[in-house]
Design a protein around this ligand. Sequence first.
Ligand SMILES: *[C@@H]1O[C@H](CO)[C@@H](O)[C@H](O)[C@H]1NC(C)=O
Ligand SMILES: *[C@@H]1O[C@H](CO)[C@@H](O)[C@H](O)[C@H]1NC(C)=O
Length: 409
Amino acid sequence: MNTLLMIYTKFYLLLIGFLIIRGTESTGTCSKKSSEDCASSTSNGNKYSEEANGEFEKYEAIIDAAKREYEPCTDNICKCYNQVISKDLKPFRSGINEESIRNIKSKGTKYQIIDNKLYRENDCLFPARCSGVEHYLLKLLHKVNNTEFILNTRDWPQIFQHHGPHGPVFSFSKTDDYLDIMYPAWAFWEGGPAISLYPKGIGRWDQHRKLLGQVGNETKWNDKMSKAFFRGSRTSSERDALILLSRENPVLVDAQYTKNQAWKSDADTLHAPPAPEVSFEEHCKYKYLFNFRGVAASFRLKHILLCKSLVFHVGNDWIEFFYPFLRPWIHYIPVERDASKEKIKELLEFFENHQDLAQQIANNGYNFIWNNLQLKHVDCYWLNLIKRYTKLLKYKPTLGEGMKEIVGK
Ligand SMILES: *[C@@H]1O[C@H](CO)[C@@H](O)[C@H](O)[C@H]1NC(C)=O
Ligand SMILES: *[C@@H]1O[C@H](CO)[C@@H](O)[C@H](O)[C@H]1NC(C)=O
């Protein structure tokens, strides 16, 4: 438990360091609002001006500090993931009674495990997502005591810290503002977003992991294009800065919006025609890959880390259960949510000039996901989560009315 606290503390120290650096550098340069004027006044300067070299030294120092501070999980990774479960269950440590479940029932789908059988209320908002979760629940029925829980299959978490009803709700992703208990997303098995390339939805992480893990190993760094790449729909305007940088500087960045189900006109793709979707394997042809949140955390992150390209992860507030073990500047490059085009350009130029560091961090990201995010770890997370949650129940659940048994396919 203390280790997790340490991890978070270190993370914040790093973040503070980063903010201090940002603070000093923004004196006399561009504020975000005036970035347009700013780009025109500075972009014709020499790429390797003294100022840029100063920035470069700062990035080197941040990376050095991150390396010194980093303490990897040396235990079985599943034991390390237990720290996340501890943190999520902490608000409920005095026990969970029947009433607190009743209060939050409308926040998700009710599941029960009674006498080693799985039951669910009849309706599920997203059947493929429920099915993706049930794949894991069905495997642990004989290892847990009778239990019940409310599982949210929406993208958005449900239990806001600061007001509204509090109670134990399982969600796949959250920010620090939420008390939801994280579970491994349905999309590890099925029910991920359905795009034209993956019409049945992105799922089967076991298959993607194997394929991408191989492509990542086989694509040599020097054969990759020295360009930043992003394809995705405009689920969040936080993605706009990179898209605009790409339109301005297509040599440095290829970032384009694709259609989503809600697409009506080019206005929905920031006034440009939508680009075709691109498979994860194709992403591996680029040295620098961008990840943004979507509605909540993006499923894309774990996939693109397996390209062995350098991943730029924008924003740090939305997390899934394994994110706390991915460390900025060790496994990926953190980019602030509101980073300007200039800031992004500066980071890309730094790594263009520090290929050894870029490759090291790309390898670290690959190794973390390849070694520590296998389906057996997802199984193990689910089992620990249900066991430890169930211990907190102050009552003995009995089979509810209208619950239907879920059996394997
Ligand atoms: C099930 O409950 C019993 C009695 O409370 C307890 O001793 C046992 O450890 C529990 N089993 C699991 C898997 O948690
Ligand atoms: C890729 O290479 C790493 C490091 O050599 C290795 O551990 C891993 O098993 C390889 N992955 C695949 C899919 O072969």
